[in-house]
Design a binder for this molecule. Structure first.
Ligand code: CA
Length: 160
């Protein structure tokens, strides 16, 4: 990846690839968590608000998950997950990232064993021609886990 492209990705600006533009299609979309933190201070919307210093946070569970509804079908190239920056990055581990046309029929895009460090950016490059409307993150191992991403970016092209 060129330095310029990398900087463009960091700044969340659109990247031109040939004649098409990859966009972060998760920004401000609807996010459902498998459970909410008891304080209700960390809703799913904080995982797609463009702010790396806040985060979504489930209650403690065995296999907590987060689903983003992209509201349309996209060809998805890359998914980026940022761990919490101030603390507790280790909460991101054994993470499956899946894409699909409905939440019950999803294909694996990538897996991160971890544990993450605070603020770590984790990139998942989806298999060629991955298409879907829903993106799911789920912790797959351990007994008591909290899913707490600071931000999830989904780089895709709309399928017409
Ligand atoms: Ca955020």
């Amino acid at each position: 990846m060129s330095l310029l492209l990398f900087i463009a990705l960091l700044l969340h600006v659109n990247v031109t690839l040939g004649h098409e533009e990859l966009k972060n299609v998760a920004y401000s979309k609807k996010v459902t968590l498998s459970s909410e933190h008891s304080s209700h201070l960390y809703p799913g919307s904080k995982a797609v608000n463009g702010i790396l210093t806040d985060f979504a946070h489930t209650a403690p569970e065995k296999h907590p998950w987060l689903i983003i509804d992209l509201e349309a079908t996209y060809e998805i190239h890359e998914i980026e997950v940022f761990a919490r920056s101030g603390c507790c990055g280790y909460q991101i581990h054994d993470l499956d990232v899946r894409v699909g046309s409905d939440p019950h029929n999803m294909k694996l895009c990538g897996h991160f064993t971890g544990q993450a460090s605070n603020g770590q950016r984790i990139a998942f490059w989806c298999p060629f021609n991955t298409k879907g409307r829903y993106v799911k993150l789920q912790i797959m191992a351990g007994q008591v886990n909290k899913l707490s991403p600071a931000e999830v970016l989904v780089w895709g092209l709309q399928v017409y």
